[in-house]
Design a protein around this ligand. Structure first.
Ligand code: RM4
Ligand code: MN
Ligand code: MN
Length: 385
């Protein structure tokens, strides 16, 4: 738990935004291109820099490879730094190449596993060049039918490949291992839950930790309890923030279930461990992308602000006395506080906007990028670009 005042703690909050959250994304059915959408990773960084300018709390950008591949990584890094940004986690993409139809690091064919492992190894080098300190791994690997492949065999292949990657992991990088209940595989996902990721991390070593994506659980799962347990084990590597109603909906964080977000931050704010890497992982399919990102950052700021206001002494006293509803009230009192003035003050202190959404709308930024980058293209594009 922090000794800082809520204002000081809030000023230090850092959210990583995802390059792929600025580019095109779609559903299984369609991708609707937006006017002013970035045409390449440099323009995605420009949008991220605008989000940082408005919020003061989004100083790093997670990248996805090969979506964000460029010939000159040095130029990419310099472009980020010119925009006041750092490169955040590197996310290797092992789910779009046709070779990965039946899996990547779990694939029954050793040649495909080699190719997948080589991409992971290449991403270690990419991260070094970009000054990134994390590999954020999500695997689409899984099977659709009972009998399609051997479950134990797949597990062994996964561990063998990740063992090779971990052995090559530079000292200043960590490995974040994400899990997801289902999709794209529907019968058995190889890393389906926090337990299967945690076991992998424990086998690999101390710099391997679990990444929690809020949209990757069964309905009703108590995510804040997962956060508490992983934190206690020292294995909470970070988050992919978003919100969901049904599955991995990738909606704006805090839009559907702000109370869950608050409870997650209560665990983080009350923990003895430092706040882990906080990344947004969203797909803005129909909403304005830059504004959606700004709103996401603001929602996270507000959830954290409320969590920092929890009267911890009152909470502990109520819990020790077995006073169920006094403990519950300690949380509700904080949750019901209007923290918008506090967040506005903190942002102003950071040189950002008191009201970032209003400031974005007034700034003409979206009109400017629409003018520069062109309006909607006629042909629908792919994901992440
Ligand atoms: C997955 C998962 C990954 C993200 C991709 C785009 O569902 O959340 O973290 O990189 O989507
Ligand atoms: Mn994710
Ligand atoms: Mn996801």
């Amino acid at each position: 738990m922090t000794d800082l005042t809520p204002e000081q703690a809030l000023s230090r909050l850092e959210i990583e935004t995802p390059s792929w959250g600025y580019g095109d994304s779609g559903t299984r059915f369609a991708t609707f291109q937006q006017p002013g959408r970035p045409r390449d990773v440099f323009e995605r960084l420009d949008d991220a820099a605008e989000v940082q300018r408005l919020t003061g709390t989004a100083p790093s950008v997670a990248l996805h490879f090969p979506w964000d591949q460029v010939d000159d990584l040095g130029a990419l890094r310099a472009h980020a730094e010119q925009g006041g940004l750092r490169i955040g986690a590197v996310n290797p993409n092992l789910f779009q190449d046709p070779d990965y139809k039946l899996g990547s690091i779990t694939h029954p064919d050793a040649g495909v596993r080699r190719k997948a492992t080589d991409h992971l190894l290449e991403c270690l080098k990419i991260a070094e060049e970009l000054g990134s300190t994390a590999q954020s791994l999500w695997f689409a690997d899984g099977t659709n039918y009972p009998g399609q492949d051997d479950l134990v065999g797949r597990r062994r292949r996964l561990l063998e490949c990740l063992g090779e990657v971990y052995a090559a992991l530079p000292e200043d990088q960590e490995l974040l291992v994400e899990y997801k209940l289902f999709e794209p595989a529907f019968y058995a996902t190889d890393l389906a839950d926090w337990g299967s990721s945690l076991l992998v991390c424990q086998k690999l070593g101390e710099r391997a930790r679990v990444l929690v994506d809020l949209g990757h659980h069964a309905q009703g799962t108590n995510v804040e309890q997962i956060v508490a347990l992983l934190g206690e084990e020292g294995r909470l590597g970070g988050f992919h923030f978003n919100n969901r109603k049904y599955a991995d909906d990738d909606l704006i964080v805090g839009s559907v279930n702000p109370f869950e977000l608050f409870l997650i931050f209560c665990e983080l704010a009350g923990s003895e461990h430092p706040i882990p890497r906080l990344t947004i992982d969203q797909a803005h399919n129909v909403e304005a992308k830059v504004e959606a990102m700004v709103l996401s950052v603001v929602n996270i700021q507000e959830a954290y602000a409320k969590a920092l206001l929890v009267d911890r002494d009152a909470l502990a006293a109520a819990q020790a006395a077995g006073d169920v509803l006094a403990g519950h009230s300690a949380l509700l009192d904080a949750y019901r506080t209007d923290v918008r003035p506090l967040c506005a003050k903190v942002r102003a202190g950071l040189g950002a906007a008191e009201d970032p959404v209003a400031a974005l709308r007034a700034s003409g930024y979206v009109e400017k990028i629409t003018e520069e980058r062109g309006a909607t293209a006629a042909v629908a594009g792919g994901w992440g670009r």
